[in-house]
Write a protein that binds this ligand. Structure first.
Ligand code: G16
Length: 574
């Protein structure tokens, strides 16, 4: 049974004609929402505004809609839907999103009624939607289309304007927990995280200014604006030099977390030894109208955010000019080590697990299993999958190798830590560990991977442990690896199983991969269709970089030949 409010539907149809769907265009809610060239997205945004309003009526809670294409190039855009606790929308609603997005104008009402009926939605209930956007030039117009969609259904919206994706996730969670998670304002986010950071770094009072310094590559995106806004709250606890702040460069172009991870080299725009700016490790940055010189030395810590600041990777260059990447796997290992040490000191028996994907470096998985003795789970790509898997444990550390991740604490685990931190009968090392765990929970954005929150946690851990980035890097040695993209006519011909580690179609592809892998030592390779770009992704690792490069190339050729490659054949890497 559903309640039809005729006026609203008339309004929906009227407004929808102002956001027409290009006839025949078919898009799918992918790894993280819809994503394609911004010029195809106006109708999608309007319809996602409607869908978010319906989801709000269904859940009787506030829903979030973030307009962003994250790591994709500037000309793309996209939309991510956020559920009440700040998590990704459920698979069933992803299906509705695809259904609604692809309905031709004349079928829109029927598609809406179908969703309302299937979900028994009372459309006379209030609907509340939070909307945010990244810095892309198309984002203002597209977020207006979302707001129009919410309004057409008679819903209320709050436009947060320019925010990072994880900030919007945080706002939605704060709103729906009546402030228990924090205040649903950007200011509230900064003060919660910076206070927790200050509590943590109090335990590392001997830090020098050099140790407090961090170079941040903002990918010329929203993360740069927001981390700069936060700087004041961090006082003297962290000194950041922010590069690629959007004042001149292009979003994600030769910079940002995705570029650094995939290309395995430093971003442009951050002058550092080894990135081609040899002999010029001194950067001049403009801050508040003043020029400041920053010297970047071998061993200095740098990090890169992606375009909507939900991913982070770290790196440094050594005295020989060699680049060293510390990706999501190294981040997960650092956090896991820290948490396990604190749990030991606090004498708390809580189960810690690490959730990874097929992209996790084989060395990281081996280290976590054999040395750290933690439970490892492997899921399909997409933080939505990792997040759900991590919820099964007392403490679930989840990170994709690309730097997308966070830590989840079960309610029971949080309560145990809280009780211990407030227990007047304990003291010394045990008390200190309980307090550190308490502040660790506060500095983490548990709703989704968050570059700013992850950065603060990593900086705090390094400070508390008195660890340099080089020491962190030597926890284990990555197996050389390579990621490539192959263009095919229709990437949906590739189907995978076993958490994307094996291809079940097209016929013969997995056999070809298996025989190629046998030619190399310590080798592994898999292929999967991307859910954010129109490409097939290829991953290979082996005992040498030459081996990983050659294997990735040979597997790319197999994909090209067996899965309908378009354009020129993949060429060997030089
Ligand atoms: C999104 C997802 C990530 C995923 C990435 C790449 O990241 O949130 O979980 O790893 O896409 O996905 P694919 O390989 O399917 O293209 P982001 O930061 O772009 O939103």
């Amino acid at each position: 049974m559903f309640f039809l409010v005729t006026d609203n539907f008339e309004e929906v149809l009227k407004q929808s004609s102002l956001h027409p769907k290009p006839s025949g265009l078919v898009l799918e809610y992918g790894t993280s929402g819809f994503r394609t060239n911004a010029k195809h997205l106006d109708h999608i945004m309007f319809r996602m505004g409607i869908l978010a309003a319906l989801r709000s009526q269904k859940t009787k809670a506030t829903i979030g809609v973030m307009v962003t294409a994250s790591h994709n190039p500037e000309e793309d855009n996209g939309v991510k839907l956020i559920d009440p606790m700040g998590e990704m929308v459920t698979p069933a609603w992803e299906g509705y999103a695809t259904q609604l997005a692809n309905a031709e104008q004349e079928d829109l009402l029927a598609a809406l009624k179908d969703i309302i009926e299937k979900e028994s939605i009372n459309v006379s209930l209030e609907a509340n939607v939070f909307v945010g956007k990244d810095t892309r030039s198309s984002s203002a117009r597209l977020s207006q289309a979302v707001l129009d969609g919410v309004k057409a259904l008679g819903g209320h919206s709050k436009d947060y304007g320019l925010v990072t994706t994880p900030q919007l996730h945080y706002m939605v969670c704060c709103q729906n927990t009546q402030g228990k998670y924090g205040a649903a304002t950007v200011e509230g986010y900064y003060s919660k995280l910076s206070q927790a950071f200050s509590q943590l770094t109090k335990n590392a009072s001997n830090r020098t200014d050099d140790q407090k310094h961090l170079c941040v590559d903002g990918a010329n995106g929203i993360g740069a604006l927001k981390v700069r806004e936060m700087e004041g709250h961090l006082k003297n606890d962290l000194q950041m030099s922010i590069f690629n702040d959007g004042s001149k460069g292009t979003l994600n172009l030769h910079c940002g977390a995705d570029f650094v991870k995939v290309q395995q080299k430093p971003p442009t725009g951050v002058p550092s030894v080894g990135n081609g700016d040899w002999g010029q490790p001194v950067a001049v940055v403009e801050e508040n109208g003043l020029s400041r010189s920053i010297e970047i030395n071998p061993g200095d810590r740098c990090c890169s955010f992606d375009g909507d600041a939900d991913r982070i990777v770290y790196y440094y260059t050594d005295s020989q000019g060699h680049f060293h990447l510390l990706d999501g796997d190294k981040i997960a290992t650092l956090i896991c080590t820290f948490l396990k040490e604190l749990l030991n000191q606090a004498a708390l028996d809580l189960k810690v697990a690490v959730v990874q994907t097929a992209y996790a470096n084989g060395s990281s998985t081996r280290y976590l299993e054999d040395v750290m003795k933690v439970i490892i789970k492997c899921t399909k790509t997409g933080v939505k999958h990792l997040h759900h898997a991590a919820q099964e444990f007392d403490i679930g550390v989840y990170f994709e190798a690309n730097g997308h991740g966070t830590v989840l604490f079960s309610k029971a685990a949080e309560e145990k830590i809280q009780q211990l931190a407030e227990d007047g009968s304990i003291s010394g090392e045990r008390k200190k560990a309980a307090l550190l765990l308490q502040s660790t929970i506060s500095v983490i954005n548990q709703t989704v991977g968050d570059a700013i929150s992850d950065m603060l946690l990593i900086e705090a851990i390094l400070a508390i442990k008195g660890m340099t980035v080089q020491q962190w890097d030597t926890i284990y040695t990555d197996l050389p690896n390579r990621q490539l993209k192959v263009k095919v006519a229709d990437r949906r011909v590739i189907d995978t199983t076993d958490a994307e580690r094996r291809a079940v179609s097209p016929a013969g592809l997995q056999d070809a991969i298996d025989s190629l892998v046998k030619k190399y030592r310590q080798a592994r390779s898999f292929v999967r269709p991307s859910g954010t770009e129109d490409v097939v992704r290829v991953y290979a690792e082996a005992d040498t970089q030459e081996g990983a490069d050659a294997l990735a190339h040979e597997v790319s050729l197999a994909v090209y030949r067996l899965a309908g490659g378009v354009g020129d054949e993949p060429q060997p890497l030089h």
